[in-house]
Design a protein around this ligand. Structure first.
Ligand code: F6R
Length: 361
């Protein structure tokens, strides 16, 4: 049921404020400034014994995992990273008993992620799932986890599930943080930020008419660069994947810090850049990167919390807590990908060559 929308992608983008309400529902514990995650199966002693977190997923789920790893490092101060499950399973990785492994999957059926989980379990690792589909293969195989409650996602490209997965990682990071050294004050700050997300998502979605205009003005590009730094980089990766998948425009994501090590050579008027510019400690660095691009006559579309002087256009996104800003910054870029694909007449819900769940190797 499209509920008045022309495509499932549009419907699923539009549903995100409600979807985020669902992932938060019943989980916040104001008294202890933490969250309850009923299915985690990880008691506080076990959680404190974790020395590392390794997150595995494919495609969009891998990108959500990259943001999740940053949140866990920042809030729980546990070293964390993410890797494509498809790579991990083929490289005879060292499986470490003090590492908590987390498999991320919308469908819970992606074969590469499932195979990685089975290999980890065989070697005695503890594996949690961050999964949308209840009772799916990976959910059954994992020792416990967090359901993301995005609701059914029909469009082949993932939108609301990405957002909900990242919010679920915010909850997990807060939970792990509050068992370790995150203060009550910071716990409350993150909880307040989480509660502001649905309203802020609704505000972003109201900007659709302007984003549609921007999409039309960039739809003639043959290739686009997406840049971000630290918190912004996984957002850039995900936004570039979304654009590729639905519009078939080539897009590449780069850490803004790496521009001068090669990709600056690509900059010219026909190669626009989307710059993810959260207002954090790296704001000035990001402004400098935009200046470098401007000096080489590149067009820039910024996603930021305030108009960016160096950019040709800015999509202004409401400010949340620094740690949670990446959740919001991806949303206007889903709309940008959608409207670019629409302007180019693409088959939005079923892009060529792709399947919703990749259950083969
Ligand atoms: C991107 C997309 C794919 C999936 C990937 C993993 O829009 O849909 O990249 O994210 O195939 O799928 P799940 O999350 O079901 O394991």
């Amino acid at each position: 049921d499209l509920g008045g929308h022309d495509t499932y992608m549009h419907k699923e983008i539009a549903e995100q404020a409600d979807a985020v309400d669902r992932v938060l529902a019943g989980r916040i514990d104001d008294r202890f400034a933490t969250v309850h995650l009923g299915g985690l199966n990880l008691d506080p002693r076990e959680a404190r014994a974790v020395r590392r977190v390794k997150i595995l997923g494919c495609g969009t789920s891998y990108h959500a995992g990259l943001i999740g790893a940053q949140m866990i490092e920042e809030l729980a101060r546990i070293p964390a990273d993410a890797e494509p499950a498809s790579e991990f399973r083929y490289r005879n990785a060292v499986v470490d008993p003090d590492t908590l492994y987390i498999a991320v999957s919308q469908s819970g059926e992606t074969y590469d992620a499932l195979a990685a989980v089975q290999e980890l379990k065989r070697k005695g690792a503890r594996v949690l799932g961050v999964i949308n589909v209840v009772g799916s293969a990976i959910a059954r195989e994992a020792d416990g986890g967090v359901y993301v409650h995005a609701g059914p996602e029909v469009c082949v490209v993932s939108t609301k599930c990405f957002t909900n997965t990242v919010v679920a990682f915010g909850l997990l990071a807060l939970h792990l943080g509050r068992i370790r050294d995150l203060s009550v004050k910071d716990g409350k700050r993150i909880i307040d930020g989480l509660r502001r997300l649905p309203g802020q998502i609704a505000e972003i979605l109201k900007q659709e008419p302007e984003i549609e205009k921007l999409a039309k003005s960039y739809a003639d590009a043959h290739s686009m660069l997406f840049i971000g730094r630290v918190r912004g980089y996984p957002v850039a990766l995900e936004a570039s994947l979304k654009l590729k998948e639905v519009s078939y425009i080539h897009a590449e994501a780069y850490p803004a810090s790496e521009l001068k090590h090669g990709p600056l050579a690509l900059i010219e008027p026909a190669m626009p850049t989307v710059a993810i510019v959260p207002e954090d400690d790296l704001l000035e660095k990001n402004r400098a990167a935009m200046e470098e691009i401007k000096a080489r006559s590149g067009r820039i579309l910024a996603v930021a919390h305030q108009e960016q002087e160096k950019a040709d256009h800015t999509i202004v996104v409401p400010k949340n807590e620094d740690e949670l800003d990446p959740i919001l910054m991806g949303i206007p870029l889903q709309l940008l990908a959608y409207h670019t694909a629409l302007a180019l007449g693409r088959d939005i819900d079923k892009p060529r060559n792709l399947a919703k769940s990749v259950t083969v190797e």
